[in-house]
Structure formats: C-alpha cells, structure tokens
Ligand binder design. Structure first.
Ligand code: NAP
Length: 269
C-alpha cells in the first residue's frame, strides 16, 4: 500500500487536514503520513506529477487550486460538473473527485436531516456552494441559490438547473426554506460578527447549516438559536469530506470520531 499523502494549497499553514488524517492513520495502525505543501498557482501540475512520480497515495487540493486541478486530472462526472477537484487518487493513474458536497450531506444526515425533498436555500456561489448545490440537487433536494453578486447566483443556478437570486430576496426565500446553508466566508475568523441573516428573518422550523468552522459557533448560529431554529456548524462537513477522501485512497473505513476529535483539538489550539 502507498504510504504518503498530502494537501496542496496556499495558504496552507492552518489546514486541519494533516492533524485529521494522521490521527486516523495512527488509530488504525497504518504506517502512513500526511503532510501539507504550499503550492502556488501555476506550479500545480508539476506538484501533482511529482507526487505521482514519488509514489504518493493521494492528495487533497484546497484554495486556490481546486479549479486548476480539474484540467490536470482525470475527473469523475461530479467533480467535472462542479468544476473543481478537492481529492486526487494516485493509486492507479491521476483520478480527481470532489468530496465537499458529500461531506455537507453527511453532516446534515448526522444531525438527522435527510435532504431528499427538502427546500434547501444555499447562500453563496463560490467553490463550496457549487459542490453542495450539485450534490444536493442530485440527491433530491429542492435547491435555491442566493448570492451577494447576483450574476454568479444566476449562473450557478442555471448550471445546476435551479433558480438563482440576489440577496434582496433572502428573507422571503428563508421563509420558504427547510434548510438554510451559509456557503460564504461571512462570519469566518477574523470577521466573526458578520452574519448572512438575522434572527428576525428565520423561523423555528428552519435548520441552519453554517459550513464555516472557525469559529465553531458563528454569529449566524447564534442568530439561529435565538430564532428557535436548529443550528449545525461546519466541523462535521470538514471531517466527512476528509473521511470520504481517506476511503477513496485507502479503501479502509475511516475512524470518524478520531478525525473529529483531531479537528476539534486543532481548532482549539
Ligand atoms: P469562495 O469560492 O471564495 O466563495 C466565497 C463566497 O462567499 C462567494 O459567493 C462570495 O460572494 C461570498 N461572500 C464572501 N464574503 C461575503 C459577505 N461578507 N457577505 C456575503 N457573501 C460573501 O469560497 P469557498 O471555497 O466557496 O468557501 C466559502 C466558505 O466555506 C469559507 O469560509 C470556507 O472556509 C468554507 N468551507 C468550509 C468547508 C467545510 O468542510 N466545512 C469546505 C469548503 C469551504 P461574491 O460572489 O459576491 O463574492
């Protein structure tokens, strides 16, 4: 079995992935290591081919390289639709996947939310929103997209085959939604007082899923609690997208709780 894995991106110093995967390898007694590598745009192809030549088992790809990676790998249909790759399997060729959407779906399932048939309002039109939008639509959710830059919402929605809107429709659409997902960077450290929605705009039957994980309890989740809505933070999406990559590379069932604890510990330090 191949024993070296890594994540490529820039910046990369604060990535949770090494702590999460190395904890999983240790728990399972697998003699594997996972490192973070800073790679600049334009050097990605050399880095991926180099990793393949060196016998790496697999890679994660993060900001700002996920779109560029698509042109380098043999991508599966979901990653091709999303237009971004976050996982590369090097065991037999250079195969690309995107596990962000399945990570989000499993995080909601963990909290008891089956997205099939649910009205899901996604705020954002960047990489994460794309991954969640395609995955959730594919899994039977009724997806709506809202974004600060309306044009990007409309473009993403049309690529998925759903409806996209500007932020001025947010309150009305929250009123119609079962699940509200923040797939923007609003509320992320250091601008922790930002929130895409206020408590008066929410209702008690709403599930609010904030994919931001730093801080774990975002202002949006504070607003959700005050409105009597269910709140879910971004930690389990991070864990499940990593767990899915782990499964793709190794064929081994990942130890979810160990990975979760490693992420929580890294976030607290
Ligand atoms: P991205 O591609 O840069 O997209 C950013 C999105 O956020 C855009 O839609 C942008 O709107 C919107 N935005 C930024 N600041 C905003 C503000 N103040 N108010 C309203 N909208 C704002 O980023 P990404 O890769 O999709 O990541 C988005 C967030 O998700 C990040 O915080 C990231 O850490 C998090 N994330 C979490 C996980 C996880 O596993 N939990 C996985 C992936 C990403 P415009 O189009 O108008 O610029």
């Amino acid at each position: 079995m191949r024993t070296v894995f890594g994540v490529l991106g820039n910046p990369i110093e604060h990535s949770m992935s090494p702590a999460m995967h190395n904890a999983a390898f240790r728990e399972l007694g697998m003699e594997c290591v996972y490192h973070a590598f800073r790679v600049d745009t334009g050097s990605l192809e050399d880095a991926i081919l180099g990793a393949e030549a060196l016998g790496f088992g697999g890679l994660n790809i993060t900001v700002p390289l996920k779109q560029e990676a698509l042109n380098i790998v043999d991508a599966d249909p979901l990653a091709s639709s999303i237009g971004a790759v976050n996982t590369i399997d090097l065991n037999n060729g250079i195969h690309g996947y995107n596990t962000d959407g399945i990570g989000a779906q499993r995080a909601l399932a963990d909290a008891g939310v089956d997205i099939d048939g649910q009205r899901v309002l996604i705020v954002g039109a960047g990489g994460a929103a794309r991954a969640i939008g395609f995955q959730f639509h594919d899994q039977g959710a009724e997806v709506m997209i809202v974004n600060r830059t309306e044009q990007r919402a409309v473009e993403l929605a049309s690529a998925i085959g759903v409806r996209g809107f500007g932020m001025e429709r947010l309150e009305e659409l929250i009123g119609q939604a079962d699940v509200l997902i923040n797939a923007t960077s609003a509320g992320m450290y250091p601008k922790t007082s930002d929130s895409i929605a206020r408590r008066e705009q929410m209702h008690p039957d709403l599930t609010v899923f904030d994919i931001v994980y730093n801080p774990m309890n975002t202002q949006l989740l504070i607003e959700a609690e005050a409105a009597g809505a269910i709140g879910i933070n971004g930690v389990m999406m991070l864990v499940y997208q990593g767990a899915e990559a782990f499964r793709i590379w190794t064929g081994v069932e990942p130890p979810i709780n160990v990975m979760k604890n490693a992420v929580m510990e890294a976030l607290r330090s």
